[in-house]
Ligand binder design. Structure first.
Ligand code: ADP
Ligand code: MG
Length: 243
């Protein structure tokens, strides 16, 4: 059994009076691939945003690679270890693709520009768009932009990658190229938490599928169990709607 790299205990979160996470307990082992599914509004984004503290929380404990997120002092340390990819790519429009990928290592890790750009070129090769390095994001397709966003997150050499519906904003013909990059990352041993409605990806890549409903983890199990023999009727009816 690998070491636990993410440990969430008794996590409760409210937006004002609305409770959006209820007693969430989740442990993720180093190298594990966890896919999170569930209806819109069930708290999937909020949960993964708590893992890099993009969201604050009121109760419970989130420990990432031994670093407790309860202390504001630890935020920088955690954000260095956790990369995130969003539905909207959030690239800097006024910078080239290369500059987008090379920026954070210079700012956060203090790398010299040449070193950061060399690493950026390697990452752009890895996601298959080195030939677009000197373009601006607006000149790229959505699928290409999302691959740049993945390269940008990887530039910080994170131990954990969080994906929040990374293919939901893409035209259907571009979904595959982004999932291919994610599969490649999974094969390389990255710890991954992925919120997605791509059930084919979940079946193929996930070690475990976590089903969320109304701020709670309804159930979690390997994909073959969730897809063929879920415990809860609500899981069954959710899957019927998305499959
Ligand atoms: P999901 O990703 O599963 O669709 P979210 O985590 O985005 O769910 O949202 C969970 C609940 O929290 C929803 O009811 C949503 O409206 C609410 N919510 C999300 N973000 C905010 C926010 N910044 N302020 C207030 N309510 C929010
Ligand atoms: Mg969401």
């Amino acid at each position: 059994m690998s070491e636990v790299i993410i440990r969430i205990r008794g996590l409760n979160k409210w937006f004002g009076k609305l409770q959006v996470l209820r007693e969430v307990n989740l442990e993720v082992a180093a190298g594990e691939k966890v896919v999170i599914v569930g209806p819109s509004g069930s708290g999937k984004s909020t949960l993964i945003r708590c893992i890099n503290r993009l969201e604050d929380f009121q109760q419970g404990e989130v420990i990432v690679d031994g670093i407790s997120l309860s202390s504001a002092r630890n935020l920088e340390a955690v954000r260095r270890e956790v990369g995130m990819v969003f539905q909207q790519f959030n690239l800097f429009p006024h910078m080239t693709v290369l500059e987008n990928v090379a920026l954070a290592p210079q700012k956060v890790r203090g790398w010299p520009r040449a070193k950061a750009e060399q690493k950026a070129v390697e990452l752009l090769e890895r996601v298959g768009i080195a030939d677009q390095a000197h373009k601006h994001p607006g000149q790229l397709s959505g699928g290409q932009q999302q691959r740049v966003a993945i390269a940008r997150a990887l530039a910080m050499e994170p131990k954990i990658m969080l994906f929040d519906e990374p293919t939901s904003a893409l035209d259907p013909e571009m979904v595959g190229e982004v999932l291919d990059v994610m599969r490649d990352l999974a094969r390389g041993g990255m710890t991954m938490l992925v919120v997605t409605h791509e059930m084919g990806f979940a079946k193929e890549v996930a070690d475990r599928v976590v089903v969320m409903d109304q701020g709670q983890i309804l159930e979690q199990a390997p994909p073959e169990v969730i897809f063929q023999n879920p415990t809860h009727e609500r899981t069954r009816s959710f899957l019927q709607r998305v499959l």
